[in-house]
Design a protein around this ligand. Structure first.
Ligand code: NDP
Length: 286
């Protein structure tokens, strides 16, 4: 029978662990604190912000939103960002991107203290992910995939894993995290020849292409573990993943739904990063 891997179950287990870790920090007089930095008020940013704050506050992390006006100048934004970056009470910073076009995002990426860069936007953290150094913070969604596999006891060692997608947000960093776990990883993209055949060779298939229901039954061998990272809207206007769930689930040994799969774990990973940042910055962990 196919196991549905629910993000809520993974998030609940992470919450329990994080509440314990936050309590331990509390015993040392430290309240982990996250800053959410937003320029303007895009509805999708506001929706993500509400979800992230609920998850962070749910484990005992303090959150503060810093909203800047849409038309802010580069100089004023850098000044405001520097104040957040330098505040010793703030351990982790989530900056909503992309910034408005008139702002230089690269300059801000270079400013952030890598120890506070909980969303992996700075070069030092990206380099750590690519060099297998686990002291940095990986992009949250990529790391969420590994948490889902771990929670369901699915060992990666020596496994053939195929990742569809090679973006810097999901596909590439996830590939690095999987290699770190000794998986044998194949990465697919728009130029991959025989995509269904390549995917069929996988014991674990991760779809992160951003194409509604593109992974059909033809892509999956019997007994495959299928992780769907995609968040799309189908022809009927309903939220769906990159995987044609109805067609693929009967062949899969394990599968994540959309919604309610990987996406439900992403903000728990963010919470984990804030707690780690608080420990690093207070010297209770190397
Ligand atoms: P990008 O558009 O940046 O990258 C998509 C990647 O998939 C590219 O490497 C592209 O190949 C590849 N690709 C696209 N179409 C095909 C195809 N038909 N066949 C093979 N490969 C294909 O997307 P992201 O990585 O940012 O996001 C991927 C998905 O994950 C999206 O649905 C997004 O909404 C979702 N997402 C979910 C999150 C969550 O919390 N669950 C968070 C972040 C993203 P090429 O490089 O050749 O163009």
């Amino acid at each position: 029978m196919t196991v549905t891997m629910k993000g809520s179950d993974v998030a609940a287990a992470m919450k329990e662990r994080l509440q314990h870790e936050v309590a331990e920090l509390g015993n040392q007089g430290v309240v982990p604190k996250a800053a959410i930095v937003r320029v303007g008020a895009r509805p999708d940013d506001l929706a993500y912000e509400r979800g992230a704050m609920k998850r962070l506050e749910g484990v005992g992390i303090a959150c503060q939103v810093f909203e800047f006006p849409e038309a802010i100048s580069q100089q004023d934004f850098e000044r405001g960002f520097a104040a957040v970056n330098d505040d010793p009470k703030i351990h982790g910073i989530l900056l909503f991107r992309p910034l408005p076009k008139h702002l230089d995002e690269e300059a801000v990426k270079q400013m952030i203290n890598p120890l506070k860069d909980i969303d992996c936007m700075s070069a030092p953290n990206i380099a750590k992910v690519f060099s297998g150094d686990e002291t940095g913070y990986a992009p949250c969604t990529a790391e969420a995939v590994v948490h889902v596999l771990d929670h369901y006891g699915l060992d990666l060692q020596g496994k053939r894993v195929t990742v569809v997608g090679r973006s810097m947000v999901v596909g590439k960093p996830l590939t690095m995290l999987l290699i770190k776990r000794n998986a044998t990883v194949t990465v697919c993209h728009t130029r991959t020849k025989d995509l269904p055949g390549t995917c069929r060779g996988a014991e674990i298939l991760v779809a992160a292409a951003g194409k509604a229901k593109m992974v059909t039954a033809d892509f999956v061998a019997d007994g495959t573990v299928v992780i769907d990272v995609g968040i799309n809207v189908d022809a009927d206007g309903k939220l769906c993943g990159d995987v044609d769930y109805e067609a693929v689930a009967p062949k899969a040994s394990h599968i994540t739904p959309v919604p309610g799969g990987v996406g439900a774990v992403t903000s728990s990973v963010l919470a984990d990063h804030v707690v780690r940042a608080a420990r690093y910055l207070h010297g209770s962990e190397a």
